[in-house]
Structures are given as C-alpha cells and as structure tokens.
Write a protein that binds this ligand. Structure first.
Ligand code: C2R
Length: 338
C-alpha cells in the first residue's frame, strides 16, 4: 500500500512528538510511513526518501525535528508536495527549531505548526487530504467535535471544586445554550473560487496582495477581503460561511492574529497563515499564529512571506490537479518570475 503521508523524524529522540501525529492519523484512518532521517547527519537518506516517496505517490510530508531543524525545509526542497514542519522543544524553548522551520525562503514553503504540536500536524495533513476525500473530511469533523466536546463537558466535570459562596453555579447551564454550529451555507460567491484570502486590517494589505499576485501567476482563483473578526465577528462568520466552494483559506495578520484563529474555529478546511511584522514587534504575530492549541492547526509560513503561502496553496491544490506542478517547476527554475 502506498502511504498518503510520510513522517520523517530528525532523530528517534523525537518519538514522543511523532506519536501525537500518528495517533491522529490512526483516528483519521490515513495510511502513513514513519522514518528517521536527518538532513544534517544523513542528507542522502532524506533526499532519497523524499524523491522516491513523491514518485510513489506520497501526498503530504511531515518533518519533525528539534534544534537547528533544517529537516522540513530540506524535505520541501526535494518535492512539490505540501510539507508540514513540527518544531521540537530542545534548547532555547524550541524557538531555534521554530525559526529554522518557519522562516523558509521562497519558493520552498514549510507549513509550521506550534512547538511539539504533533497532533496539529496530523490534523493539518488530514485537512489537506480531505479536500479530495469526503470520508477523511467526515472523520475530521468528528475529531473536531471531540475537541469541542472536551471543553463543553469540562463545565460539568472540572468545575466542581469551585464552591465559593458567590459562585452562581446554576447560571446558564449547558442545555440552555444553543451550541449547534453546523455549517451555514450561502451560495452567494462564485463557484470556482479556490482560495479565500482574509486580511485583518489595511496595514497588512500589501502582504495579502503579494499572496494574490503569486496565486494569479500560479493560475489559481482567489479573492481578498479585509475583515477583522474582533471588530466584526458576525460579518466574519457569515463571510467564511458564504464560500462553501473555497478549497482553503489564507489568513494574513499582524499582532495577535485573530484572523487565522477565528478561521480555524469556523472551518475544517486547511488554514495557512502569514504572520506580518509591525514596526514595534516582529514576533508577536508569529507566536500567536503558530501556537494554536491541539485540534486547531494553522499552517504558518515565515514572517511577511505571502509568496510562500501562495506557493504552498498551489502545492496543496496540485494534489488534485497535477498540471499545476508544471507551473510550480517553472517558478522554481525561474522560468516564470514571481
Ligand atoms: P539526537 O537526540 O539524535 O542527538 O537529536 C533532532 O530532530 C533532535 O530533536 C537531537 C535533535 O537534533 C535534531 N535533528 C535535526 C536534524 N537532524 C537531527 N534538527 C536536521 O536534519 O534538521
């Protein structure tokens, strides 16, 4: 059987993080292959695994590594399949691995998840595959319900010890709330739209435009909307729901990156995030975008690197449209200048 996902660990010492990924892939019933290979210590092995794996039909690669985690980037350099990177905490609280994974130059994107967030890598891989597989999509939705049910049941299970005299315990019990979040569908947006780009505010529009320009050159349909989910929560929700045909979303945002956070809670489709720098701080958007809790992945690219987000989106869409790979090859060999 050809595995759909290949997971490569930089070392057997990353096993605990990899287990989180394989647990999810087991739940989603997605066949995977698991290897240990280091871009530093066994470069040729990584190269062979990725090239032969791609030729055989592996659709998504996951690189798990700590320290100077060059492994996911090296995987990306040998394939046009989407690559997800999981930074492992070692020294420097895992920031060494996070930066090494996320800050890839164009056009060699890696979608980074948070430090040690192996489960989010598994879910993101599942979301990517679910674009062309309704059974995986169904299983992703069940998994998302498990994560939300855990929160909901905590209200009954975990708050018992709060017995203060002023705690109004019976206020708004779970059964009094309307928690049905089944998807609202409106057919107001053109059917052939492939990518929805949402940008949090005007200040980040220049980066979103880069995403759009590269998507256009890569022959993908997209549209940009400036919409802030904190200032306009209802409009944001309606806008996301109004695009049932969109295959994936790209959120562009600075500061506390509510755009991508809100997107993952409203859709089970893949969400790619571009953290934007501001004059005062470069790191806040990266950290708040990538460090999503278990169950809610945002495949984060490097700071201000809208072009890599577009390239990654094309790699994802090329899974069902191999002709797109020819365009990606031309871009990489600079026959098309974007
Ligand atoms: P050892 O425990 O084998 O010394 O590895 C591994 O992923 C691991 O987290 C320590 C750490 O080194 C990482 N490593 C990389 C690469 N190869 C190994 N980051 C690589 O090629 O990027």
């Amino acid at each position: 059987m050809i595995p759909k996902v290949m997971i490569i660990l930089g070392s057997a010492s990353d096993k605990a993080v990899a287990e989180k990924t394989t647990d999810i892939l087991e739940k989603l019933e997605i066949p995977y292959s698991l290897k240990v290979a280091s871009a530093h210590r066994t470069h040729e092995l990584v190269k062979q695994l990725v090239i032969k794996g791609t030729e055989a039909g592996v659709e998504v690669f996951i690189g798990i590594a700590g320290l100077s985690a060059h492994l996911p980037g090296v995987i990306s350099s040998y394939t046009f399949r989407p690559v997800i990177g999981v930074p492992v905490e070692g020294k420097l609280d895992g920031l060494d691995a996070l930066y090494s994974i996320v800050q890839m130059p164009y056009p060699t994107p890696v979608a980074s998840v948070g430090i040690d967030r192996g489960e989010n890598a598994g879910i993101l891989a599942g979301q990517i595959l679910s674009i062309n597989d309704s059974e995986i999509k169904e299983r992703i939705n069940i998994l998302r319900k498990e994560y939300s049910n855990k929160v909901i049941s905590s209200n009954e299970k975990d708050l018992d010890e709060f017995n203060g005299e002023n705690h109004v315990k019976d206020f708004l019990q779970m059964e009094e709330l309307d928690l049905d979040d089944s998807e609202y569908i409106d057919d107001s947006i053109e059917e052939d739209l492939e990518v929805g780009i949402i940008v949090g505010n005007h200040q980040d529009l220049a980066i979103a435009k880069k995403v759009e320009i590269v998507l256009e050159r890569l022959k993908m349909t997209s549209n940009i909307r400036i919409l802030c989910p904190i200032r306009f929560p209802k409009a944001f929700e309606q806008y996301v729901d109004s695009m049932p045909e969109v295959k994936l979303f790209i959120g562009v945002s600075s500061q506390s990156t509510q755009v991508t956070g809100a997107l993952t809670s409203l859709t089970s489709k893949p969400v790619i995030g571009v953290p934007c720098s501001t004059a005062l701080n470069i790191n806040d958007s990266l950290f708040s975008m990538v460090s999503m809790p278990p169950g809610m992945p945002v495949g984060t690219v490097g700071i201000d690197n809208g072009k890599n987000a577009a390239f990654l989106a094309a790699e994802i869409l090329a899974l069902s449209n191999p002709e797109k790979i020819n365009i990606l090859k031309k871009v990489k060999s600079k026959k098309i200048n974007v």
